[in-house]
Design a protein around this ligand. Structure first.
Ligand SMILES: [Zn+2]
Length: 487
C-alpha cells in the first residue's frame, strides 16, 4: 500500500493584501486534502511596513491563524535581537524547529524551539527536521546564538529518526537552495524531501507566470552520495507569499518515493481574498494608513533619485546626513565620523511639497539596520574603491556624509578627504575613524566586514531619515560638492 503526503510551504509571509489570498488558497486546498501539511520556511520578520510598524505581536496573531504544522526560523527573525524573538516564539502556537543552533549563551530562547518533530498522518509517522542559515550571524542580530553547520546536523538527526523507525523524513530549511541541494547529495541518505527558503529562488516547470528568473524545475532532485538510487526532492517557492509551495508525494511501505506531483501555486489576483482575514486585517491596515499619511516635512524642490546615479544628489545627502547625525547623537565620539550608502539603496524620488512617513518608507523600504563602527582609513578606502570599480557603477554610486570624495570613472582612482577642524585633509590609512553605514554595506565589502570594531546599532533607516527630515524641514535642497565624479 502506498501513502500520499501533501505538503504546502510558505516563505516570507507578506501581510499586505497577499495574506488574505494566501489564507484563502490554503483553506481551499485543505478542504480537499485535509491531511496536507503546512510548513513555514521562515523570514516572517522580513522588513515590511507590517513588521516594522506593528512588530511581532501582530505577526504572531496572523501567523497563528494559519494551520501550520511547523516553522523554522529565518535570519530575519533575529533582526530585533534575541529580546525581539522571544515573545514571537512564545506566541507561536505550532512547533518551531531549528536543529543547528546552540542557545546556551542565550538561555531565554531555551525551550522555545526544538530540533525536529514527528507528526502522524493516517497512521504513518513523518518527521520534520528544521535548520537555518549560519549566515544569520552576519545577516542579522542573533547576539550570543551560535550557528552550526547544518549538513552534519541533518545527517545526525535523520539517522536518529531512522533508527527510531521513522521512514519519511522532511528537512525544513532556511539555508537557501544551493545549500539544500548540496545537503541532499552529501547527507540525504535518510532524507526524502527538503523544503527550503532564504534564496527567494523560484522553481517552476515551464515559463514563470510573471516572467521571473526560474532557478530550476519543481521539484529539483539530487541523488544521495551514500545511497545510490535514493533521490531527494528539493523544493522552494520564491518569497513574499507570491507563491504557495505545493507538492504531493506517494511513499511505499518502506518510506521510499514511488511518484510525486508538484507545482507551486501562483497567488495572483484570480485567487480571492479570504473575507474573514480581510476583515481581521482592516484595523491594522487603517492604523498603518494613518501612520504612512502623517506629514513630517516639506521640500521646495523635487528630490530626484535619478541624479544619485551620476554624482552627489540632494536625496542621498539627506539620507547619509541623517545616519551620521543619529550616530553622533547616540554615540558621541572624538573620532572623525562619516557615513556612506550606495545609490541602489535609495528606491524612489520625493516630490516637491509635503513629505509623509510613507514617502520616506518608499525611499527606504527595506527597514535596513544602520550600524556605526570603528575602522581604519585604509579599509574604508578599499571599500570605496571597490564600489567605484563595480561594473554597475551607476547603481553602486556612493553617497557620502562627512567625506569629500572624488571618483575618476576612467582611471577608477578615488581621493578621499576628511574634515579635521575647518580643514579637509586626506584620509589616513592607519587612523581609526567612526563609520556609519547600513549593515548591508558592511557585509558587502570584505575589508569592512573583516575589520570593523565596536559595532553599535544606530537604528532602522527610514525611522532615522524621518526624524532628520522633521529636524531640518523646510528642505531647500542644495548640493555642497562632497562628491565629484570625473569621467
Ligand atoms: Zn533568509
Amino acid at each position: 500500500m502506498t501513502h500520499f503526503v501533501w505538503i504546502l510551504c510558505i516563505i516570507m509571509i507578506f501581510m499586505q493584501g497577499g495574506f488574505a489570498r494566501l489564507f484563502y488558497e490554503i483553506k481551499h486546498i485543505l478542504d480537499s486534502k485535509p491531511d496536507a501539511m503546512l510548513l513555514n520556511a521562515g523570514d516572517d520578520f522580513q522588513g515590511t511596513y507590517w513588521f516594522t510598524l506593528l512588530k511581532d505581536k501582530v505577526m504572531s496573531k496572523f501567523i497563528n491563524m494559519l494551520p501550520n504544522d511547523a516553522h523554522t526560523l529565518g535570519n530575519h527573525e533575529f533582526d530585533d535581537g534575541v529580546a525581539g524573538l522571544v515573545p514571537y516564539l512564545e506566541a507561536l502556537r505550532d512547533p518551531v524547529l531549528v536543529a543547528n543552533i546552540d542557545t546556551s549563551l542565550e538561555p531565554t530562547l531555551n525551550g522555545l524551539y526544538k530540533p525536529h518533530v514527528v507528526l502522524e498522518r493516517k497512521g504513518r509517522k513523518i518527521a520534520i527536521i528544521g535548520v537555518t542559515t549560519p549566515d544569520t550571524k552576519m545577516l542579522s542580530n542573533p547576539e550570543g546564538v551560535r550557528f552550526l553547520d547544518p549538513a552534519p546536523i541533518v545527517k545526525k538527526e535523520a539517522q536518529l529518526l531512522t533508527d527510531q523507525g521513522v521512514d519519511i523524513i522532511i528537512v525544513l530549511s532556511h539555508c537557501g537552495l544551493y545549500v539544500d541541494k548540496a545537503m541532499a547529495k552529501t547527507v540525504g541518505e535518510n532524507v526524502d524531501i527538503i523544503v527550503g527558503g532564504h534564496t527567494h529562488s523560484l522553481l517552476w516547470n515551464g515559463t514563470a507566470p510573471s516572467h521571473e528568473v526560474v532557478a530550476g524545475t519543481y521539484p529539483e532532485y539530487e541523488e544521495a552520495d551514500n545511497k545510490p538510487g535514493h533521490k531527494v526532492l528539493v523544493v522552494t517557492a520564491s518569497a513574499f507569499s507570491k507563491y504557495l509551495g505545493y507538492i504531493g508525494v506517494d511513499f511505499d511501505g518502506n518510506g521510499d518515493i514511488v511518484s510525486f506531483e508538484a507545482q507551486p501555486v501562483f497567488l495572483n489576483r484570480s485567487i480571492p481574498e479570504d473575507p474573514e482575514i480581510k476583515e481581521a486585517l482592516k484595523p491594522y491596515m487603517e492604523k498603518i494608513n494613518e501612520i504612512v499619511k502623517e506629514v513630517v516635512g516639506n521640500t521646495s524642490e523635487d528630490l530626484s533619485l535619478n541624479a544619485c546615479s551620476y554624482g552627489e544628489c540632494a536625496l542621498g545627502d539627506i539620507i547619509v546626513d541623517s545616519f551620521l547625525d543619529k550616530a553622533k547623537q547616540k554615540n558621541p565620539t572624538n573620532s572623525t565620523s562619516f557615513s556612506y550608502i550606495m545609490k541602489k539603496m535609495i528606491r524612489t524620488d520625493i516630490k516637491k511639497g509635503d513629505i509623509t512617513t510613507g514617502d520616506i518608507m518608499n525611499v527606504q523600504p527595506f527597514a535596513s539596520v544602520i550600524w556605526s563602527y570603528k575602522i581604519q582609513g585604509k579599509y574604508v578606502k578599499e571599500a570605496l574603491e571597490e564600489s567605484t570599480r563595480r561594473s554597475d557603477l551607476q547603481a553602486s554610486m556612493p553617497q557620502v556624509a562627512g567625506l569629500k570624495l572624488t571618483i575618476n570613472t576612467t582611471s577608477k582612482e578615488i581621493t578621499v578627504l576628511v574634515k579635521k577642524g575647518d580643514e579637509w585633509i586626506p584620509l589616513e590609512d592607519d587612523e581609526e575613524y567612526q563609520f556609519t553605514t547600513p549593515k548591508y554595506i558592511k557585509q558587502q565589502f570584505e575589508p569592512l566586514n573583516a575589520n570593523a570594531k565596536d559595532i553599535s546599532l544606530v537604528g532602522i533607516d527610514f525611522e532615522i531619515v524621518k526624524d532628520y527630515v522633521k529636524k531640518i524641514t523646510p528642505i531647500n535642497p542644495l548640493l555642497d560638492g562632497r562628491l565629484t565624479v570625473i569621467s
